[in-house]
Design a protein around this ligand. Structure first.
Ligand SMILES: Cc1cc2nc3c(=O)[nH]c(=O)nc-3n(C[C@H](O)[C@H](O)[C@H](O)COP(=O)(O)O)c2cc1C
Length: 168
């Protein structure tokens, strides 16, 4: 699958085949894709938590009200920002950098045949409890459920000509 196809095939997957594994090598390929995202001044102010421990995954699920797909997902990847890594240089770009990393990760998951769903964490009141579960001061930006899809939502087109201004 090439990039054009992966972008158009990607959908949020909220039902996974229970117990179907995602090998560590594939998780690392997704993480590498995430870390290849563009980053302001290339400061890469991110950190990733891979959670496949069932008890911890269940705690994340309870902490995030819109993450019920974690019940069947093989694992969660929490993309966290590290604002201090940008302090005094280009502070404020860290959520954008993390968002770019999240999208790369989602597309890589599709290209490898997996499904994923981005569950938003930043900005929300959920941040502190997620930090406690993960044992980090980094700021959870996105909780991504990953697994083998058990649904196949149709690709959909989103081209909206009225959102585009051509200044030729
Ligand atoms: C910042 C952000 C936060 C999101 N949070 C959630 C969430 O908490 N739970 C969820 O099921 N989907 C979440 N989504 C997924 C969106 O609902 C989904 O991307 C949107 O409906 C479009 O559907 P598609 O991803 O299948 O194209 C989030 C997406 C983004 C970008």
């Amino acid at each position: 699958m090439d990039c054009t196809q992966a972008i158009r095939a990607r959908r949020s997957i909220r039902r996974f085949k229970p117990g179907a594994p995602v090998p560590r090598q594939d998780v690392e390929t997704m993480l590498e894709a995430a870390m290849m995202a563009p980053s302001a001044r290339n400061l890469r102010p991110w950190e990733f938590f891979v959670v496949d421990n069932p008890e911890l995954k269940a705690r994340l699920r309870r902490a995030h009200p819109f993450s019920s797909m974690l019940d069947t997902a093989a694992l969660a990847i929490v993309v966290c920002g590290r604002p201090d890594d940008q302090k005094g240089v280009v502070s404020g770009y860290w959520p954008l950098d993390c968002g770019a990393a999240v999208e790369n990760l989602l597309l890589q998951a599709v290209a490898l045949g997996y499904g994923a769903c981005w569950c938003g964490c930043w900005p929300s009141p959920r941040i502190s409890v997620l930090q406690e579960i993960l044992g980090t001061q980094s700021v959870p930006v996105a909780l991504i459920a990953v697994g083998v899809p058990d649904e196949d939502p149709a690709p959909r087109g989103f081209y909206q000509a009225d959102k585009v201004t051509w200044l030729s």
